[in-house]
Design a protein around this ligand. Structure first.
Ligand SMILES: [Zn+2]
Length: 381
């Protein structure tokens, strides 16, 4: 989601961005305000006024969503958890908080801060209404923002993970059971159940003729179902890989080539005939880069005979790396986050081996086949 974001600047040190999908929802909100919501409430405005007030209201609504996310961010920062970014996208906003909360209390307050901010905004805009007096456009803006912020607060308090309410719920179960793993699974399964209810409700709305609302609710339900399932999958992955370190599965028999080698020759010799996905590039036993299939693909095939490995490789300063004692699950998450399939395993400047996504997937397959006993045996070893 983050790679498509248009940067808008920073607030409290947190980069704020717009995902391209946001423009669609901004257009939809403006359109529904201008074409039906405001005309129903205020009858005699000129057409242009509906659209201008609609667009301003939509912008302020998304500013409110940013404030909601900043609510989460401020409390996260209070607990010393870095916040990577806030992005507005089709389903609202998302604050990317870089670590799992350190305690149930921290999670509880971080999750609650968003809906609390929205509720405070609803009260604020409610109190501002009398100030608008007889000036209808301003009254319309205040009234809608009071209504929408209250709705955002209430919707997000639904106790289905990954909604804020689901996180609050997880924090409570976590505090009661002292078991984060169990709490996560319970919250995620409840999240899935709620997502299915939303989908069913949305479909029912479609049948009773509320086409727009129905489609939207079903869509939100589908999005939540995906997020909850991803959480369950990630937990399963965590469980299977727990106790395993990078050194357990990395390949020590990596192949090194010299930076001056010809790309065509290296590709034919090491990639196209062996199924290898990456090579270490070394000059006098010192690692200078990594040549991956992904990086080589960026060079047109025609140009291979006249290209050196140096020109195609990822140099060490841009190379993602991992330590041999790192947890395997963290390595997998790092590969996902950085969009790479190979990680050089290094201690300082010394290459220890290569870790490929396939190696981890292979291990997962085996562990999945033999069940959690194999994992338990491994972790007590
Ligand atoms: Zn929230």
């Amino acid at each position: 989601m983050n790679r498509n974001a248009i940067p808008l600047g920073r607030i409290l040190g947190v980069p704020i961005g717009l995902d391209y999908s946001w423009f669609l929802i901004f257009g939809l909100v403006t359109w529904s305000l201008a074409s039906s919501y405001f005309p129903a409430e205020f009858a005699d405005w000129p057409v242009a006024q509906y659209w201008i007030v609609g667009a301003i209201t939509a912008l302020l609504m998304f500013a409110s969503v940013v404030l909601h996310e900043l609510g989460h961010a401020v409390v996260a920062q209070f607990y010393k958890i870095p916040v990577r970014s806030i992005t507005l996208f089709i389903f609202g906003g998302v604050a990317r908080i870089s670590a799992e909360p350190p305690s149930a209390t921290a999670e509880f307050f971080i999750a609650l801060a968003g809906p609390a901010t929205s509720m405070a905004l609803a009260v604020l805009f409610g109190l501002l209404q009398p100030l608008a007096g007889a000036f209808e456009p301003l009254l319309a803006v205040f009234r809608y923002l009071a209504y929408i912020n209250a709705s955002v607060a209430i919707f997000n308090l639904i106790p289905g993970f990954p909604l804020d309410g689901g996180r609050v719920f997880r924090a409570i179960v976590w505090a009661a059971s002292h078991n984060l793993r169990q709490a996560t699974l319970i919250a995620a399964y409840l999240g899935r159940a709620i997502a299915y209810l939303l989908i069913a409700f949305g479909v029912w709305q479609l049948f009773v003729g509320q086409f727009g609302t129905g489609l939207w609710i079903a869509f939100v339900g589908w999005f939540l179902e995906n997020a909850a399932s991803a959480q369950i999958q990630q937990q399963t992955l965590h469980d299977l890989l727990s106790g395993h370190r990078v050194a357990d599965v990395m390949r020590r028999d990596y192949v090194a080539v010299s930076p001056g080698s010809n790309l065509e020759q290296v590709m034919t010799e090491h990639f196209l005939t062996s199924g290898r996905r990456s090579l270490v590039v070394e000059r006098e036993k010192k690692v200078v880069g990594l040549l991956t299939a992904q990086a080589a693909r960026k060079i047109p095939r025609m140009a291979w005979p006249t290209t050196t490995v140096t020109e195609a490789m990822i140099p060490t300063d841009l190379m993602k790396r991992i330590r041999p004692d790192a947890k395997l699950v963290d390595a997998l998450l790092a590969m996902d986050r950085d969009g790479v399939c190979q990680l050089p395993v290094m201690v300082g400047d010394t290459m220890q081996g290569l870790l490929g996504r396939d190696d981890v997937i292979g291990l997962l397959g085996t562990l999945g086949e033999f069940g959690p006993t194999a994992v338990a045996t491994h972790s007590v070893r």
